[in-house]
Write a protein that binds this ligand. Structure first.
Ligand code: HEC
Ligand code: HEC
Ligand code: HEC
Length: 430
């Protein structure tokens, strides 16, 4: 971001902030009507068990557990373009966790994105989606979290760039971009579709990664069929046929991808592999089927045309292509086939593979640089690995190689340049 732009943005934020601070002072004692509704009092044990399942569906542990740390004790770093968030402790420890929180406090956090003292929570916590979770499901989540082992571990401060480190500015953000909501049943669709939509839009918070965001990090919705960017990965649009749309897949193919991390056409890698590993593989058949029904119904949108490829003369192009083809034969064909046909079940084809041809090309570049694994799941316990090539091949050679696989065997996607490869080096190694 240029300095002028940042200054302009700060001024704008302060202005909006001033206005909404006034509004906030007026509204802070406001309690949503739903929050006083009685909780369905079923047996506590049942509720805890249900909450445990819902916590898996919402991937709470994934974000609220540090690598190697105790479950739900927080401390995981969530890197964003605004700086680094560190997730809080959700265990029932009274001093450092949420042991003192009432169920109503918890509901307000999940539904309204507010702390018990009324302070607004940053939307890096996807309450923008969790707001659609029902009161009964939030109660079950609360019962479950109050049952996990207490861990005494203080919350670490976020380290965010100015002005984003000013928590009160989130009030302005919320006034612009957030309304507490509830999942609205769509009467023209059946129960299964509605269950799928509820899971995808609410607990599953798929759009938190898969939907494009504006400059202030607010989700733009699915209208323009653009995906989101997370940790230098592109989370493709769930409603675009050339990206992650699944309208053309069978229900069983969608379920296989969500449950095992791959099917014969596609494989999940990077952040999506983690979602499958931590969350989706644990879901019940009927819930995965409901999600598949909903995902398949998303109206296919046409993706915006890709940005122009780097300008090169025909001759330069040919030389680069020959270099890419040579490296492909030397380093890749053994696993992916001379004609990019793959070796199912070990590897997917690279021919007619949208993960290869998608624009932006950041995922395919990243996979070649860093390698990776599909998640190890009950349905695919020993995934084959893709070795990293970032250490052996230069930026230019990887650019030529990726450009080659994007244009060989009937693939027809723009070439990538060496500087795009350089940009994908470093950053979080997923
Ligand atoms: C994408 C990462 C992510 C996921 C997934 C996530 N959280 Fe969080 N959560 C955060 C972050 C970051 C914060 C801190 C926000 C802040 O400081 O304003 C937070 C804050 C919270 C808080 C407020 C705690 C406090 O002390 O202020 C609660 C409660 C909470 N999350 C519950 C949940 C539950 C329940 C789930 C699963 C349904 C969940 N979270 C899933 C990232 C996540
Ligand atoms: C933490 C971010 C994140 C979340 C949350 C997330 N995804 Fe993804 N997803 C990604 C990324 C990044 C990719 C691209 C990499 C890949 O293909 O595995 C992806 C890929 C996909 C694909 C395309 C797979 C392919 O190769 O064709 C589908 C389908 C998908 N996600 C569905 C979902 C659904 C359904 C949810 C919610 C239950 C979800 N995702 C939640 C990040 C996320
Ligand atoms: C040792 C075997 C091996 C080698 C060598 C190898 N790969 Fe892979 N590759 C894999 C595996 C395994 C996967 C993940 C599972 C899958 O594709 O089904 C993968 C995945 C990929 C993907 C992602 C496919 C998708 O659908 O998301 C791309 C792109 C890719 N490899 C390109 C390459 C390129 C380019 C080279 C050469 C520089 C290469 N691979 C070398 C085994 C290999």
């Amino acid at each position: 971001m240029t300095k002028a732009l940042r200054v302009a943005m700060v001024a704008l934020l302060l202005l909006i902030g001033g206005v909404t601070l006034v509004a906030w002072l007026g509204l802070r004692s406001d309690r949503s009507e739903e929050s006083v509704a009685p909780v369905i009092a079923s047996d506590l044990q049942d509720r805890v068990a249900r909450g445990r399942y819902l916590a898996l569906a919402g991937n709470c542990r994934g974000c609220h557990t540090e690598r190697g740390g105790a479950d739900y004790a927080g401390g995981r770093v969530i890197a964003t373009s605004f700086g680094e968030f560190r997730t809080p402790n959700l265990t029932p420890d009274a001093a450092t966790g949420i042991g003192r929180w009432s169920e109503n406090d918890f509901w307000r956090a999940m539904h309204e994105g507010k702390r018990p003292d009324g302070a607004p929570l940053y939307p890096a916590f996807p309450y923008t989606h969790y707001t659609k979770i029902s009161r009964a499901d939030v109660a079950a989540l609360y019962a479950y979290l109050q049952s996990v082992p207490e861990v005494n571990k203080g919350n670490l401060a976020h380290s965010l760039q100015f002005p984003y480190d000013q928590r009160w500015l989130v009030v302005a953000w919320r006034a612009l971009f957030f309304r507490p909501g509830a999942y609205q049943m769509v009467a023209t669709q059946d129960e299964r579709w509605n269950r799928g939509a509820y899971l995808v839009q609410g607990l599953g918070h798929c759009g938190a990664c898969h939907d494009a965001r504006n400059a202030l990090g607010a989700i733009r919705g699915q209208a323009d069929a653009a995906g989101g960017v997370i940790h230098n990965w592109y989370a493709p649009a769930l409603n675009a046929a050339a990206e992650a749309g699944v309208a053309a897949w069978s229900e069983d193919q969608v379920i296989a991808l969500l449950r095992t991390g791959l099917n014969e056409k596609a494989v999940t890698l990077g952040p999506m592999a983690e979602v499958v590993y931590n969350s989706l593989q644990h879901l019940r058949d009927e819930d995965l089927r409901a999600m598949a029904v909903y995902l398949r119904s998303l109206k296919a949108q046409v993706s915006p045309p890709p940005a122009a490829a780097p300008r090169q003369s025909a001759e330069t192009r040919m030389v680069a292509n020959a270099r890419g083809a040579r490296d492909y034969a030397d380093h890749c064909a053994g696993c992916h086939g001379q004609q990019g046909q793959g070796r199912v079940p070990a590897t997917r084809p690279l021919a007619a593979n949208r993960d290869v041809t998608m624009t932006p090309a950041m995922n395919v570049i990243r996979i070649v640089l860093q390698g990776g694994y599909a998640p190890g799941t009950a349905g695919n316990p020993q995934p084959f690995g893709m070795p990293p090539f970032g250490g052996t091949l230069s930026d230019e050679r990887i650019a030529d190689l990726v450009s080659y696989i994007r244009s060989a065997w009937g693939n027809d996607a723009p070439a990538v340049a060496g500087h795009e490869v350089a940009r994908q080096r470093g950053g979080v190694l997923w």
